[in-house]
Design a protein around this ligand. Structure first.
Ligand code: BG6
Length: 457
């Protein structure tokens, strides 16, 4: 039996553009996610899981599950349809959601920015590539703190800077030239960090009894062999994909290697002298998103990277399959609970901040069988990862809580509705929104017992 502390925050996660729907309703503006190219036969984000209309039922299910905390995000374009003017109806929706959560004894843990933003800000000045986006984000954060700060005490600034800066169709980085694209990417990342840091300072003034954190897409990177060049490639990938973003967001500066890497390429972001005072601000905790580990080797001249997502295209490493891990239909890098343990250990030992797991989950093409979902594979995944969390807790690492991804099935960031992560099934397909009826999966009942007993076997 692995026992968790009494005050451990048992939670679950979603993000607004992937779960809410409610497109065109309640004064909501056009979001960047509405303007994406969606391949034929794949769900878009307009109805999603229809949480906008099912939120009361969803909160009732959270209560039944025993959740202590619900991690969700605000849809910026619902609160500020054009990125500037405040939409009262949008704020009212979140008032209702937050009140419902609090009435059911569930702590709200909102993320201000989870990949989504008003499309107008991209049209107006290109989104995060322009410094004006820093001001727009800070103004948005202030509106949220003013409105919800009395009842919401724990907040998250930005979800996964690495993933937020790389999908060009979401962030407006439409540079064709690869070199320029990278330069813009790091400028965007810098602006995000600056926005976060100014916001953190503001938060601590406005909500003195609250806590605010940053969320990282945690990378546990292994070398494919013990060849020193592969080992260096793994160090470089870890640096490029995680430490670079995290060092900047937590410490306000890059590592020596990464600074030199950016300068050599001409990608070092433009910073102003006056920014220094903000860069000293740091979050109160780190949120960790983890799905699987990554294996790399040294880059060779003839390596083909055309099939890789943008963040895996680098001259410092080349992503390969880990022969020790078995890929599944959707989990292409395999399943690796040990990676969670190693990654969180490294993060804590570098920054010494409390951590909460804000995402961890298994995607599967779940099929209804006589009205049930027997997702033993997901239970196995979650249990093995929780065992690693228990190991961290046992060693004295300050892990505050665990939020599996996702509470209900929702639209994947880029792979539609067939790829499901939820503890609760949502009755729809990629092409037919049907009734979006909620059906509890076996993993729901399993997690309910874990929460009730506060332990795993
Ligand atoms: C995380 C994101 O990176 O991965 C989530 O924060 C996302 O928004 C999750 O849904 C799973 O990825 P995908 O691409 O399968 O949706």
């Amino acid at each position: 039996m692995k026992q968790f502390p009494k005050n451990f925050l048992w939670g679950a996660s979603t993000s607004a553009f992937q779960v809410e729907g409610g497109y065109g309703e309640g004064g909501r503006g056009i979001a960047n996610s509405d303007m994406r190219f969606i391949p034929e036969g794949q769900a878009d984000f307009k109805i999603a899981s229809n949480h906008y209309h099912h939120f009361k039922e969803d909160v009732a299910l959270m209560k039944e599950l025993g959740l202590k905390v619900y991690r969700f995000s605000f849809l910026w374009s619902r609160i500020m349809p054009d990125g500037h003017k405040v939409n009262e109806e949008g704020l009212h929706f979140y008032d209702q959601l937050i009140d419902e959560l609090i009435n059911q004894g569930i702590e709200p843990l909102p993320t201000l920015y989870h990949f989504e933003m008003p499309y107008h800000l991209i049209e107006e000045f290109g989104g995060w590539r322009d410094r004006r986006c820093v001001d727009a984000y800070v103004a948005y954060a202030k509106v949220c703190f003013e409105r919800f700060g009395k009842k919401v005490k724990n907040w998250i600034t930005i979800n996964e800077q690495m993933c937020a800066t790389t999908p060009d169709d979401m962030n407006g980085n439409l540079e064709k030239d690869d070199d320029k694209r990278h330069q813009v990417l790091y400028q965007m990342s810098y602006h995000m960090t600056l926005a976060e840091k100014i916001t953190i300072g503001l938060f601590h003034k406005m909500i003195a009894d609250g806590h605010i954190g940053h969320v990282v897409a945690m990378q546990s990177v292994y070398p494919a062999t013990s060849d020193p060049l592969d080992v260096q490639a793994a160090m470089n990938a870890q640096d490029e994909l995680m430490w670079s973003f995290l060092d900047l967001s937590i410490q306000g500066s890059y590592s020596q290697h990464f600074t030199s890497y950016l300068k050599k390429h001409g990608w070092y972001p433009e910073m102003l002298e006056e920014d220094q005072k903000y860069l000293r601000e740091h979050p109160d905790f780190i949120g960790v998103n983890y799905y699987s580990s990554l294996t790399v080797r040294a880059k060779r001249k003839d390596d083909d990277t055309s099939h890789m997502p943008p963040f895996f295209i680098s001259d410092q490493f080349y992503v390969v399959r880990n022969t020790k891990l078995k890929p599944t239909e959707w989990m292409h890098f395999g399943i690796d609970p040990e990676g969670l343990y190693m990654g969180m250990r490294a993060i804590y030992d570098r920054y010494h901040l409390p951590m909460i797991i804000t995402e961890n989950g298994m995607a599967y093409s779940d099929m209804l069988e006589d009205g049930h979902i027997h997702d033993v594979y997901r239970i196995d995944y979650l249990e093995k990862h929780l065992a690693q969390v228990a190991r961290l807790v046992d060693e004295g690492y300050p892990v505050l809580g665990y939020c599996p991804w996702s509470f209900v099935d929702l639209v994947s960031t880029h792979e539609g509705f067939g790829k499901r992560y939820g503890l609760v099934y949502v009755n729809r397909t990629n092409t037919d929104p049907m009734d979006c009826k909620r059906i509890k999966k076996d993993s729901f009942y399993w997690y309910q017992n874990v929460i009730k007993d506060g332990c795993i076997s």
